[in-house]
Design a protein around this ligand. Structure first.
Ligand code: ZN
Length: 180
């Protein structure tokens, strides 16, 4: 079985993500490497493209322009909401993502920028929009995806991710793949 990263392979890797200035944005937990299904848009397109063809043990330093990451900044205006528009038990903090329904009925993500007393300032702009992403990845494992994984469009981990598909993709939107 080939250990070359390609479509329909499940890849396990450790990564550190920094911006162009070297400020750390995110990283995988030492005990919980990132697990993703290649070719299923589980991770940002620029990183997926640069991981293709790599293999176990490879260290991949990928510089991903914003356009191939979380997109360019689109200059959305901030939206001011009232705390009362959220569920009473919602824990609101900067960086939090939630889904909102537009006038056309479509769901779209909003990100909390700031909570000021009863006012919650949100934006449709992804916090990493316009940011050049610098990934430092170490490939730990490459294996064939199972039928079930291909059907679901994501990897199933060995880390006891429970598998409740009741909720609609409410992940933490940081490309850890999916929220099981
Ligand atoms: Zn699944």
């Amino acid at each position: 079985m080939s250990e070359i990263i390609a479509d329909k392979k499940v890849v396990k890797l450790q990564y550190v993500l920094t911006d162009a200035e070297g400020t750390e944005i995110d990283k995988s937990h030492p005990d919980h490497p990132l697990l993703y299904l290649h070719g299923a848009q589980n991770i940002v397109p620029g990183l997926e493209r640069q991981l293709a063809g790599k293999t176990v043990g490879d260290v991949v330093k990928a510089v991903v322009p914003a356009a191939e990451g979380y997109g360019e900044k689109r200059g959305f205006k901030d939206i001011r909401l009232n705390r009362s528009q959220f569920p009473a038990d919602a824990h609101l903090a900067a960086g939090m993502r939630f889904m909102s329904q537009g006038q056309d009925g479509r769901m779209f993500p909003l990100f909390v920028k700031k909570v000021q007393g009863p006012t919650v300032i949100v934006t449709p702009e992804h916090p990493l929009a316009g940011v050049e992403l610098h990934f430092d990845c170490t490939i730990l494992e490459v294996r064939d995806a199972t039928e079930e994984e291909l059907e679901h469009g994501h990897a199933h981990g060995p880390h006891g991710h429970g598998h409740g598909h009741g909720e609609e993709e409410e992940g933490d939107e940081d490309d850890h793949g999916h929220a099981h």
